[in-house]
Design a protein around this ligand. Structure first.
Ligand code: ADP
Length: 311
């Protein structure tokens, strides 16, 4: 009784960078649906690809959480492909919801519910020494009951081993924190918190908050929105490899930031600013994010079953 015989593969759901995703179900119970993620096998380039797949497997096996996609089984097929059997998350992702402006309406209570689920997932990853490193609306999939689940751990990597070098080029640039552009070497779990802040901002604005076309532009967008880093607000920043002294330094205040996100009020602005601290040492940790008073401030988060769905 081989694992691969327990599942039946159905129609294709989508295509990713290193995998095709299919709908599927248990052979002995077709009502139990799954997603089957078949890792692409490219001859001559198998090392890197299988590393990504292995990382995803390792991460998903280590973390079990209601807001993290569940890995049900793994099997290989004759053609040497690795297949991940994942829980089926059929209601699309947060990116679809954000972009569907003409049909999908949501408010701060809904944002608080989605952000709560995201932040609990990230906290759980970090508790288990796993960085996701690619948090973005497109990787936040929605279950049939409306629950948001963090997915696509292809780039995630355990940071338990300090001797494993981490490549800076890991996060889609819009969601990437300044320390990665400046080439800080020992970046930490708070890279994910920056990305969470970008998702938060994008949910509020219904547009990407800082969308640069190149790495240089991305850093300029960050400075334009949040102000320049200085030795005062980020000790050591001027010694980083790619640091450049600005001709006219930009300074942003809490009032400026509140102006970008009026619906968040003073308390919500305080939280998003904590996620957007330029200095990674000053940025909130996942635990501190969850302890913030915004979560208990009114309005209360919307109950999962009542959350809006894409049209
Ligand atoms: P990418 O590499 O583009 O980030 P993936 O390879 O994880 O994405 O998946 C490709 C597409 O397959 C996704 O955009 C999504 O539409 C779909 N998909 C992925 N996982 C699931 C799932 N568990 N349930 C339903 N659809 C999924």
């Amino acid at each position: 009784d081989q694992v691969r015989h327990r599942f039946v593969k159905g129609k294709k759901l989508g295509e990713g960078t290193y995998a095709n995703v299919y709908k599927g179900h248990y052979r002995d119970d077709p009502t139990k649906q799954v997603a089957i993620k078949k890792i692409k096998f490219i001859p001559g380039n198998t090392d890197g690809l299988s590393m990504d797949a292995l990382r995803e497997i390792k991460c998903l096996q280590e973390v079990r959480h209601p807001n993290i996609i569940n890995l049900i089984a793994i099997f290989s097929t004759k053609d040497q492909n690795i297949n991940l059997v994942l829980e089926l998350l059929p209601l699309g992702d947060l990116e679809v919801l954000i972009k569907d402006k003409t049909n999908t309406f949501y408010n701060v209570a809904d944002i608080k519910a989605w952000m709560g689920m995201l932040c609990r997932a990230v906290w759980w990853c970090h508790e288990h020494f796993i960085l996701h490193r690619d948090i973005k609306p497109n990787n936040l999939l929605i279950a049939a009951d409306g629950t948001v689940k963090l997915a696509d751990f292809g780039l995630a990597r355990s940071f338990a081993d300090p001797f494993v070098k981490m490549t800076p080029n890991v996060i889609t640039s819009w969601y990437r924190p300044p320390e990665l552009f400046l080439n800080a070497r020992h970046y930490s779990s708070v890279v994910d918190i920056w990305s969470v802040g970008c998702v938060f901002a994008e949910l509020v604005l219904r547009n990407p908050f800082m969308a640069g076309e190149t790495d240089i532009q991305q850093l300029e967008k960050i400075y334009e929105a949040l102000g320049h880093p200085t030795e005062e607000n980020w000790p050591g920043v001027t010694s980083l490899q790619y640091y450049m002294k600005p001709e006219v330094p930009i300074v942003r205040t809490k009032v400026d930031i509140m102006g970008y996100f009026p619906s968040l009020g003073v308390v919500g602005t305080d939280l998003i600013m904590g996620m957007f601290a330029l200095d990674p040492n000053k940025r909130l940790t996942a635990k501190q994010v969850l302890q913030h008073s915004w979560w208990t401030d009114l309005p209360k988060p919307t109950k999962t079953a009542l959350l809006p769905r894409a049209g």
